[in-house]
Design a protein around this ligand. Structure first.
Ligand code: PEP
Ligand code: MG
Length: 324
């Protein structure tokens, strides 16, 4: 089975009717990058840069960040790499920042909220990314965006750093800027973001926990962590449709993107990029080769309209795929 899958390593991902979704990898370290390349990733859909901050005893310097970002884009040799700016806070605390304890860290001072509040840390990271962009295909996305104002604020800071580097004669590449859609408010208003951003990446790990109001790390409420709940599926479809109405690419980088039971539905919704852990890429490519995207459109529409529970959706997807 593994050797059969290995045959797909250097192939594009093509559905049986000729659609080409991109299969990318989620990574957090240079070791993960190796696994992504070995498993035939067509890009990096999520580089979790906060790992660089967590692996350090103090704030990582611009130079040390630059070296990592440059290595990643160079090793990907022109394939697209999306760096997420530091998603610190929530369950990822940095002791050396001495952030006050919060009663609800997942609803608190986290990700872009912290970046906009401590712009020196944010600007250092953006400079490192801007400099690395001269060496490959580099995009940047901001985590936990809730409002368009936050995106516009982050973009202004980015443009300011870009301008300063250009004035110093530093080479900078052409960078696409996007957001993670993982806060329900941003998902609901996706159409208001699509003409501001270059792409959207749906972060289902957080989106599900916020839509279902169930902590993703709390085993006692894990029964509510339901990727196939029609409430989640409708919201995802709403985001993808809003993107496509504006010719904005729609990506996904939560665990759901690599879930073999969710992929047929997401192919039907027209998702443009699936970013997953490296070990899921080859089997997902094998699965997508078997799917007819037109049949999956019907399947996806059924799941959002008829079913009322996760169980019903799963049963329906199972039956439909068995029959095709
Ligand atoms: C997500 O929330 O879906 C996501 C990809 O980000 P993380 O898991 O790092 O919060
Ligand atoms: Mg997240």
């Amino acid at each position: 089975r593994t050797s059969q899958l290995a045959a797909f390593k250097d192939e594009a991902t093509t559905s049986s009717d000729g659609k080409h979704p991109i299969l990318a990898a989620n990574i957090g370290t240079l070791d993960d990058l190796q696994a992504a390349i070995e498993n035939g990733a067509e890009g990096i859909g999520l580089f979790r840069t906060e790992f660089i901050y967590m692996d350090s005893e103090s704030l990582p310097t611009e130079e040390s960040q630059f070296n990592i970002y440059k290595t990643v884009v160079q090793k990907m040799a022109g394939k697209p790499v999306i760096f997420r700016t530091a998603d610190i806070g929530g369950d990822k605390d940095l002791p050396y920042l001495h952030t006050p304890h919060e009663a609800n860290p997942f609803l608190g001072y986290r990700a872009i909220r912290m970046s906009l509040d401590q712009p020196d840390i944010f600007r250092t990271q953006l400079r490192a990314l801007l400099r690395a962009s001269a060496y490959g295909n580099l995009s940047i996305m901001f985590p936990m965006i809730a409002t368009t104002i936050e995106f516009q604020h982050a973009k202004r800071i980015f443009e300011d750093e870009r301008q300063k580097l250009l004035e110093k004669g530093v080479a900078v590449g052409d960078i696409k800027l996007g957001i993670m859609v993982e806060v329900p408010a941003a998902a609901i208003l996706a159409d208001q973001f699509t003409n501001l951003v270059d792409f959207i990446s749906i972060g289902t790990n957080d989106l599900i926990q916020y839509v279902m109001a169930a902590d993703r790390g709390n085993r006692r409420v894990s029964y509510l962590y339901q990727p196939y709940n029609p409430a989640i599926l409708r919201l995802i479809k709403h985001v993808i449709d809003a993107c496509h109405e504006n010719q904005t690419p729609a990506y996904m980088c939560g665990e759901m993107a690599g879930d073999q039971k969710a992929i047929p539905i997401l192919v039907g919704m027209g998702l443009n990029e699936f970013s997953m852990s490296a070990t899921s890429i080859l089997k997902s490519r094998a699965l997508i080769k078997e799917l007819d995207s037109r049949e999956m459109v019907t399947l996806a529409n059924k799941t959002v309209s008829m079913a009322s529970t996760s169980q019903e959706v799963l049963k329906y997807v199972h039956q439909a795929l068995d029959e095709s």
